[in-house]
Design a binder for this molecule. Structure first.
Ligand SMILES: [Zn+2]
Length: 196
């Protein structure tokens, strides 16, 4: 019963691994499945069952060839032949043809999409206050996309350059800045968007 089970697992393996384009005779399919049962019976020392398997004529001699090939080459070339062999059945006159396989060429890898280059979003050409966030303890001003708190000394993008800015104070709708490079001070006001 277990030998039959192993045989049927062979059919399941064929379903999963043998390409549908492979031309192979039904006797070869059964011979291969019987070979798997044969390997199991041999492993278990079931000599009586092995003899029955050879006698049953089910595979029209393919089981004998499969066993012969298996003895010479082991199982892996048999598996490869099942999948990609050029012959539809093993031949008594030349069992060596089990090595004749036609593996499909590996499919070329799909070209990798290159990341799309996007020009950087330009910063305003002059320092502009675009928002203020205030809490009970402090305010944060957004100047040219950079968040500034009172006391910060950070560089802020202006056009395609950066300018070092010292934030002196943040009010409810304005920010006082100093440019350490020139000592220039400026107050930027924020025009709060009016309610619709
Ligand atoms: Zn079968």
């Amino acid at each position: 019963m277990i030998a039959v089970y192993v045989h049927e697992l062979g059919h399941a393996w064929i379903r999963e691994h043998v390409p549908p384009t492979r031309r192979i005779t039904q006797q070869s399919v059964e011979g291969f499945c019987e070979l798997l049962a044969y390997c199991y019976l041999e492993h278990m020392g079931e000599t009586h069952q092995l003899a029955r398997l050879h006698r049953n004529g089910y595979t029209e001699g393919q089981i004998d060839l499969c066993v012969k090939v298996h003895r010479v080459y082991d199982l892996y070339p048999m598996l490869e032949w099942m999948k990609h062999g050029v012959d539809p059945y093993l031949q008594e006159v030349d069992p060596d043809r089990v090595r004749f396989v036609d593996r499909p060429a590996p499919r070329p890898a799909a070209p990798r999409a290159l990341p799309v280059w996007r020009p950087p979003v330009p910063a305003p050409e002059r320092l502009t206050l675009t928002g203020i966030m205030t809490s009970a303890s402090r305010g944060t001003a957004i100047v040219n996309g950079t968040a500034l708190n009172a006391g910060d000394k950070v560089s802020v993008r202006v056009g395609t350059n950066s300018v070092l800015v010292h934030c002196l104070a943040v009010g409810t709708n304005l920010v006082t800045l100093e440019l350490p490079g020139t000592g220039e001070r400026m107050v930027l006001e924020w025009a709060r968007p009016s309610a619709p």
